[in-house]
Design a protein around this ligand. Sequence first.
Ligand code: HEC
Ligand code: HEC
Length: 328
Amino acid sequence: MKLLRYTLYVFAGLLLLASAAFGFLYFHTPNTAPARTITVRMERDRIERGRYLFRLGDCDGCHSERDFSRFGGPVVETGRGRGNVLPFNDLPGRIVAANITPDVETGIGSWTDGEKIRAIREGVDRDGRALFPMMPYGFYRYMSDDDVECLVAYLNSLKPVKNALPRTAVRFPVSMLMKFAPEPAGPVKAPDRRNPRVYGEYLVTVAGCMDCHTPFEKGKLDLTMKFAGGRAFEASGLKVVSANITPHAETGIGKWDFARFQQRFRAYQPYVHEGSPKVGPEKFTVMPWLNLSQLPDEDLAAIFEYLNSQTPVDHLVEKAKFQRASLE
Ligand code: HEC
Ligand code: HEC
């Protein structure tokens, strides 16, 4: 009898704790700062800078209509920024990359520039709801004030595309845990471009290289394997695995000189200008080759230098699992 009562107390205690924890999570609101009051300058060179950042950050990757019957999934120009229900397997629910064109009804045309900046760097929508962190705000938070303002100027210059999408519906418990991801970014200074390693780190961060090139397990990046590759991307029966881009001599890019690295990217430039060729499913890739092939030499050199400063990780990503492009 005594034991039963004891068990009951323990049980009731646990229940109380669990419901308190649930209540805490349920009512927890993301950590946010008020959106800045700002109207970004719509000057031609700033919009151009924004276009560059849009490419570097691969916003197209999730937010634009793409044609994966062609190498690298080139953007269908009439659907740039229109948003997508993301097709990847293993997502915790229905994840919808929003329409980020200036369409007032279905896009972000009615948002203030400050709200757009906050969404990109801090991960909350205009109502303060946490964005699913697949939207890489954890990396974009390091984008400088000036750069994010240029990026928003470019977003404002996009053609409005009417494309109504369903809402994101994240499954429990991820729906609760993700409320802890947003964080105010504060003012962010521009990186020192004269220091290639610092500048390289900035570029690699905004480009999300680490996100894709680090193994991803149980909803988290395995940071002991930074840049070591092996993250799988599967969508609609297609699959690709990222490469090891640490300076490991045998399994990474340790034996590459800059010319080889540069050529690996430059090789795709003709596809940008002349259109990507039709390819079969074995050439499927999510690596933003088309965007990154357009980076200036200074950027590629800084990225190469930064990657080479990283810890080499011995991690053989089976070649059969990812396709080195036909051009190599
Ligand atoms: C890896 C995929 C991915 C990439 C890359 C990405 N986004 Fe997103 N983005 C998302 C997803 C998914 C959401 C919606 C999350 C949600 O609804 O919880 C989103 C939401 C947003 C929102 C909020 C819009 C709204 O209506 O809530 C903005 C603004 C935005 N992204 C801008 C950008 C910009 C600008 C870039 C490039 C610098 C970018 N995104 C790159 C996936 C991505
Ligand atoms: C959206 C995910 C994604 C992003 C972002 C990304 N990569 Fe990749 N990357 C891949 C995948 C997948 C592969 C393997 C398939 C292929 O080669 O196309 C790859 C391949 C590569 C290769 C070829 C390696 C080899 O052995 O041939 C290099 C180099 C590379 N990435 C560097 C980078 C750098 C540098 C960045 C950031 C500037 C970056 N990647 C950003 C997914 C990504």
